[in-house]
Design a protein around this ligand. Structure first.
Ligand code: FPP
Length: 244
């Protein structure tokens, strides 16, 4: 018999999860605060969800922190996100070490300032030996840009004739990360917005109306339970989600 509610069902362990953290702006508006305060609340949610993910046995968590398109936002908002990001990285990296977890980043780092890039390098080095879970923050990231960067690097290394799926995959920003099993998007929109375009080809999608700052452990657990009930076919015959 199926469990009565998702909160009673066991979430599958070992899952690779990616999240499009949407809705900080609408949350801020609903609470009558500035958009930067909305992003700050989003940063707090990220901290709690990282902890929840580790407890729920998530193996890799990749989150969309800042897209290449986000550079087009109001400069004050962009500056606020950059500042919050640096604070978050500095605060969270030592905590990741305590939790035997790793922190890494993906995106076009050349688009970011020296101070931010230095902070990223520091956090990656500090957390490099973590084995329990990897938190990867996509920052200055675009899925199409990633494919172009990977294709260029693959052709340089292997030549045009050597370009195939394996060589392109080896040149993605984070080739060591597996494709996400599940992509979650908060705040009601039902699209993937240039996130993990290559890696998400077969990912299961779960959408929730909850604004990102309000997204909490029960929401992550419910998404994992929903994912576990899906049938994954990868273009072929039946496989059970969460079984592999
Ligand atoms: C989407 O909300 C969120 C972002 C563009 C930035 C994500 C930022 C955080 C979660 C906070 C800090 C953490 C990091 C990693 C920087 P939106 O502003 O598009 O929301 P809206 O659609 O309601 O306007």
């Amino acid at each position: 018999m199926p469990p009565a509610s998702s909160s009673e069902a066991a979430a599958p362990r070992g899952t690779r999860v990616a999240i499009i953290m949407d809705g900080n702006g609408r949350w801020a508006e609903a609470h009558g605060v500035s958009v930067t305060e909305g992003h700050r609340a989003g940063g707090d949610a990220l901290r709690h969800i990282t902890e929840a993910a580790l407890d729920l046995g998530v193996r890799e968590l990749t989150v969309y922190g800042f897209s290449t398109e986000n550079f087009g936002r109001d400069p004050e908002e962009v500056a606020g996100i950059m500042q919050l990001f640096m604070e978050l990285v500095e605060r969270e990296a030592p905590i990741m070490v305590e939790r035997n977890s790793r922190m890494c980043f993906m995106g076009r780092r050349e688009l970011l300032g020296d101070e931010i890039r230095e902070r990223m390098r520091w956090a990656e080095e500090l957390t490099q030996h973590g084995t329990a879970m990897t938190l990867c923050i996509a920052f200055g990231y675009g899925g199409r840009a990633e494919i172009i960067d990977a294709a260029r690097a693959a052709v340089l290394e292997d030549g045009v004739d050597g370009l195939d799926e394996d060589s392109l995959r080896r040149h993605l920003y984070r080739p060591e990360l597996a494709d996400p099993d599940l992509i979650i998007r908060t705040a009601g929109e039902q699209r993937t917005s240039n996130f993990l375009v290559w890696q998400g080809a077969y990912s299961e999608l779960v959408f929730t109306d909850t604004f990102w700052p309000d997204f909490a452990e029960p929401d992550l657990r419910a998404a994992l339970v929903e994912y576990a009930a899906r049938e994954r076919r990868f273009g072929g015959r039946l496989t059970e989600a969460g079984a592999s």
